[in-house]
Design a binder for this molecule. Sequence first.
Ligand SMILES: Nc1nc2c(c(=O)[nH]1)N[C@H]1C(S)=C(S)[C@@H](COP(=O)(O)O)O[C@H]1N2
Ligand SMILES: [Mo]
Length: 418
Amino acid sequence: MTSSGRRGFLKGGLAALGGGALLASAGKSVMAGKASDIRIEDWNRDLGGAVIDNPYGVPSEFESHVVRRNVEWLTVTQESSVSFTPLHELDGFITPNGLCFERHHGGVAEVDPAAHRLMINGLVDKPLVFTMEDLKRFPRVNRFAFLECAANSGMEWRGAQLNGCQFTHGMVHCVQYTGVPLKLLLEEAGLKGNAKWLMPEGADSAGMNRSVPIEKALEDCIVAYKMNGEALRPEQGYPLRLVVPGWEGNMWVKWLRRIEVGDKPWHTREETSKYTDLMEDGSSRRFTWIMDAKSVVTNPSPQSPLTAKGHNILSGLAWSGRGKVTRVDVTLDGGKNWHRAELSGPVLDKCLTRFYLPFEWNGDPLLIQSRAIDETGYIQPTKDELRKVRGLNSIYHNNGIQTWHVQSSGEAENVEIS
Ligand SMILES: Nc1nc2c(c(=O)[nH]1)N[C@H]1C(S)=C(S)[C@@H](COP(=O)(O)O)O[C@H]1N2
Ligand SMILES: [Mo]
């Protein structure tokens, strides 16, 4: 169905919404089965597997559907492409390493850490080359941060398109990084007085590079070698990547091999043509680095339908590149009534934040939305509010409110309401 078709359909359907969804009163019981349903299964009788059957543990075979997915028609090749985090299958705020979405411009580089070097050159007193071992002798920090591609939700600018939060919102992940504060490495090299910009560069075939202002580099950037406690995954830049908390994903250069210090930004082809928001009047917004507050309901959603009436838990994620999420409001009736969701901690700076809303479902259709508010007071806008400011030409930085239409069957689809 086209988005306008969906919209038209919904206008008619809205009347049916009525007062279907009521908030749960505390302590509502959930239906339980009967004792006669319980059987003795094979795994109760046979000896299980040995301890080292899987030297590196993998999820249960019953979880084999919990994987990254791609949208094949989105990109011409699968090397310069993107896969999406299965947000609807996860809980809490940490993304498991094997499920972090991937975005590469030239495929996954296979880098031998023993041969890998990080060079710092340009406007510094002494250019330096570090081995991985050198970097591990610097003081290190641990911090959690979300990484969101500027193109996340980009396919949704013109209307509801992809059916699942994995595809509409799955270009985001949140892990704990371990590494060296970039500030320490720059201090070691000694910044010249006119040092204003950094150009980090990757060792992949894309030789990906971006311009990063020096203030951000000194504030909280990390040259990271671990994620969630173990070495970075090859897809995430093994053995070294740049972490730029709260800022768009393309600056987080993977397979980091060089940081050049300069006095002005590098106007690469990449930067002038991509990651720039094209406005209706033909002008463009450049250097929109900070990821504005955003949220999405992960369950229910198109890949995670409601399966039972009565008590249910709505769940979702909210984040902001400007700091902590302070509040998430959820509506079940297309914005007539808003309910404050519970933020289930920890609630951290520039991190995904988990929220829940228990509710009673009587089987009537729902129009579900969530709205994030961050510590700067910024309120996540509707998609129409964004379009008023930026028109329809944009791809990047779509942080508009997402709507799921849950039907009486419990199935959900991606829609827009105006
Ligand atoms: N060297 C290199 N770094 C890169 C890229 C790349 O193609 N090459 N892609 C960038 C983009 S556009 C994004 S959104 C993030 C994705 O990080 P992830 O693959 O860990 O999710 O890496 C960034 N860093
Ligand atoms: Mo990206």
